[in-house]
Design a protein around this ligand. Sequence first.
Ligand code: GLC
Length: 755
Amino acid sequence: MKSKFLQIILVVTLVFNYSCNESVSEKEIFISDLMSKMTLDEKVGQMNQYNGFWDATGPLPKKGYEKGRYDDLRNGLVGSMLNVTGVKNVSALQKIAVEETRLGIPLIFGFDVIHGYKTISPIPLAESASWDIKAIEKSARIAAEEAAAAGLNWTFAPMVDIYRDARWGRVMEGAGEDTYLGSVIATARVNGFQGENLSDFSTIAACAKHFAAYGFPEAGRDYNTADINKYTLYNNVLPPFKAALDAGVSTFMNAFNTLNEVPATGSKFLQRDILKGDWGFEGFVVSDWGSIGEMIPHGYAKDGVHAAELAANAGSDMDMESSLYVRELQGLVKDGKVDISVIDDAVKRILGVKYDLGLFEDPYKYCDLEREKTVIGSKENNLAALDMAKKSIVLLKNESSLLPIKKNGQKITLIGHLANDNNSPLGNWRGAGESNSAVTVLEGLENYGKNSITYKKGVDLYYGETNFHNRVKLNHTDKTGFKEAKLAAKSADIVVMVLGEEGFQSGEGRSRTELGLPGLQQELLEEVYKINKNIVLVLMNGRPLNLTWADENIPAILETWHLGTQSGNAIAQVLYGDYNPSGKLTMSFPRNVGQVPLYYNYKKTGRPGASSAEVTKSTYADVENSPLYPFGYGLSYTNFTYSELSLSSKEITRDDTIVVSVKITNTGKVKGKEVAQMYIRDHYGSLARPVKELKGFELLELNPGETKEVSFEIDNSKLVYYTANDRWESETGKFSVFIGGDSDVKDNKSFDLIN
Ligand code: GLC
């Protein structure tokens, strides 16, 4: 009641005061007046974010810290909470902020809704493999509806980091190695979360993270130093963040890493020069968990006070869980080390997002117990999760069409801990997804087929329950299950082996130095293969793995990632051919870990080579350069041929547009989807140029025998990059255009940019 009355008085007074200047929006009038009433303590309070006393996603302060925090809440020293879920919990804390503090400024509640809130969709890396932008946006929309129904109004997603190193556990969280696809997906996810109208109760503020270059940790070890040159930063890392900003993303999150020796949290270059300066970002930047205080161990800040000073002046507006802002900023302002204008700018940004969300109008708009019951976990949400999961599956190999499996009359032996695991498919960053709530592969096969299925675990992959904080306990010694599994495999028509990573083996803090099948799974696979070669390998993992042996020996390989709640049903529908797999990899799969970082848009070098036979070329002595499976690769139960590649002109000026076309034919017996990918190679420039770069794609469906012509327009925007002149521009010279079913496409047509 109080806030309503306050709101009316405020607006009436303000509109009257500013009536002479119509261009000042109501929002600005409201915020500047509210700020004129705020004490310095209350302003600093808006810059302080606390964890919600449970489910921490980072290191927690020592025990007993809760009491002080409730006091801070009541004294208006908290602007946001994270990891508070459920209408009951949110409204209880919102009530304190709105009804017990002096100005009644509502809290904004953030949570990692990365791939679903309660209905868990495939991990983002899996979703990106669908190349189905509409489905990806819908997946984010559903996640937002469920999160909003649970009282939340802000998600720490999309993660838009570009990365090239499968040793880094957080590759599960993004959209793969490519900047163009990453930018398209960043836009879709922001639109999905934020919808058409941020003040609607079913939309939530999104957060582009981790700004920036967090995906380039040295040696693939999480939180490690990122040393990349300015051109890699501008051409490969920044564009997805800019795409998120152009899509209207409300917030950014900075990153744990240093970028070229400066912690991102303390980087004026990133947060003020680029984000708020060049790009004109008007939302706010939240630090990553405790990253302000982490500038001390980084060797960049002398102590907590210094860290708070550096972060605030660098443009980090809100402090997630270091408590340094709420403890130190007042003193820093009084000492003149942080100007009040820095505080006012940060607070204006934070209040602006709360205003956009409609929280001043109704702080309890997200707190509807009825909506919480009906929206979360609905049947249609689960159907959408199933659809997204099917589309995310990538067929890597299918020798002599072993797949799809007939739906009845088959003797199937199903082997693997993960085949009957209802927890791992939820993956890491599973939001409020309930443990053990996923459909298993065993259940899926029984749901969609009438075969006789014998299930044998074969080997424990891991022991006990895992969660965000603890490392999975892998089994490296106990092979007692091998014998039974081999026996069951002997008489099977088909052996389906579900192997890969436990759900928390990828994600934050999950870097690995090896990329093989964890534990004793590879040994089990080879042992069963000696008994029965008719094996379908179903992979369940959060990153590219080293599948060299499997590719050489196993007739059928399906990449199914961690597909979320509907995992088993989606996998079964693909195994049985109810859905013809259409996914394409968005991250290169290496032949072995020694090849990483590995990516398709590499530079040729002055001695380009491919095989280890070429000694004085850029090659290895022990493995060829190419990935085992390239970016953009994925098979189907049918086949597609590309023909008649053509260009509308062999010359182009910067004002022209040319059209590249190709014909695609489904030469198989079943309907299928294909992702036609268009790549451009810039043969030379003021910087060394990549062998090719994705500049367009089209997802199309073709009936057996059907041919479609696919065309892409090429204008100057497709030729522009950040050049040695520190400008976004195209440079004259020769270009080649490729259209194919993966990044290994060779056929191309060339043209010249003449001015
Ligand atoms: C974590 C992650 C970040 C997440 C935040 C809140 O450490 O790095 O992505 O959004 O803390 O959970």
